[in-house]
Ligand binder design. Structure first.
Ligand SMILES: Cc1ncc(COP(=O)(O)O)c(C=O)c1O
Length: 349
């Protein structure tokens, strides 16, 4: 019998559960873009309720949810402030400039949280001095992908919220893995979302739905976002089956994310035992393990290739020095033991 592949490149590789597939087969088939669809409406209401917001909007992806949120908050005018390694700046191919026409100011940060003093110094009103461009939006990200799944501390989110209210600038949270952040903090997602005007979260990552992201905010904001969703081609037709999977993602799959955090911790502990330069287990808060291979005898691409030959898929990043390993529903403790054995063999070769 061949060993099944262990895919640690991302939690987006999760497949829908049998229960999701059954619900999809029996879901309503309204044209959501024309008349609305009852299952999509149920999903949007559920997402809003969980996030403590008035309304929700179903979108095809996290990238589009961020873009639509940014468009709806700014109306394509002004400057957006965010931490320099935010997914929107590093991985969304400049849509914020190319499609939304906005300036961005990347800020220094620590584990994904923008530095408060740098943020305070960067916020500006239009017309101050020679500037005609005011701050239109502050964007945060939790858990933070490039910071190895770090969770923004609630106290710092609250401080940033205070600053935003003082300057009348909205806050959007890219919460692609919002439920992971909430699980790590031991709170509901609404406790995080209370510090923002809008929040997005992905159904298609650790929550295992095949497609979709939710954007939540005030009713007025979501109506505005609905228009921008149409503008960028994100309106869907018979979306009921996707929404049916999304409802189960929120109701059931959000409850098991602590398992993914435990396997990430197991992986980090095991790697650190093999070589303490690879990873600091204390830095693991959720389901992402970033490995620094710069002091190992092999570069990241060689790790990727050799583990790949052993049926273990990982992603190389950042000038051959980093790997990102993401745990999820299809990777259990036995699979992590197997990964660690293979890494041990590879390093001993
Ligand atoms: C923090 C963050 N934001 C946004 C996205 C984009 O989501 P999608 O791949 O659904 O466009 C991702 C995807 O990994 C992410 O990690």
């Amino acid at each position: 019998m061949t060993t099944p592949e262990i895919d640690l490149r991302s939690d987006t590789v999760t497949r829908p559960t049998p229960e999701m597939l059954a619900a999809m087969a029996h879901a309503s088939l309204g044209d959501d873009s024309r008349d609305g669809d009852p299952t999509v409406e149920r999903l949007e209401d559920l997402a809003a309720l969980r996030c403590g917001k008035q309304a929700g909007l179903f979108l095809p992806s996290g990238t589009m949810a961020n873009l639509v949120a940014i468009l709806a908050h700014t109306g394509r005018a002004g400057e957006v402030l965010m931490e320099a390694n935010s997914h929107t700046l590093t991985s969304e191919l400049g849509g914020i400039g190319a499609l939304a026409g906005l300036f961005t100011r990347p800020l220094p940060g620590y584990r994904g949280t923008p530095d408060f003093d740098a943020l305070r110094a960067a916020v500006r009103r239009p017309g101050i001095g020679r500037s005609k461009v005011g701050t239109a939006l502050i964007q945060l990200e939790t858990s933070h992908n490039h910071a190895g799944g770090a969770v923004l501390p609630l106290a710092q989110m609250a401080a940033i919220r205070g600053l935003s209210l003082q300057h009348n600038v909205p806050v959007h949270v890219d919460g692609a893995r919002l439920f992971n952040a909430a699980t790590a903090l031991g709170v509901g997602v609404d406790v995080i979302a209370q510090h923002a005007d809008s929040v997005n979260f992905c159904l298609s990552k650790g929550l295992s739905a095949p497609i979709g992201s939710m954007l939540c905010g005030s009713s007025e904001f979501i109506e505005n976002a609905r228009g921008y969703r149409r503008m960028v081609g994100g309106n869907l037709r018979q979306a009921g089956p996707l929404a049916a999977a999304g409802i189960l993602a929120i109701e059931k799959m959000s409850l098991r994310l602590a398992e993914d955090h435990a396997t990430a911790r197991q992986l980090a502990d095991g790697l650190a035992e093999l070589d303490s330069n690879l990873v600091d287990p204390a830095a693991i808060e959720t389901n992402i393990v970033r490995i620094d291979v710069s002091k190992s005898p092999l570069d990241a691409e060689t790790w990727e290739r050799r583990l790949g030959a052993a049926g273990i898929r990982v992603g190389a990043y950042g000038a051959e020095r980093q790997l990102r390993l993401v745990t999820h529903r299809h990777v259990d403790a036995a699979a992590i033991d197997h990964v660690l054995q293979q890494v041990r063999k590879m390093l001993q070769r």
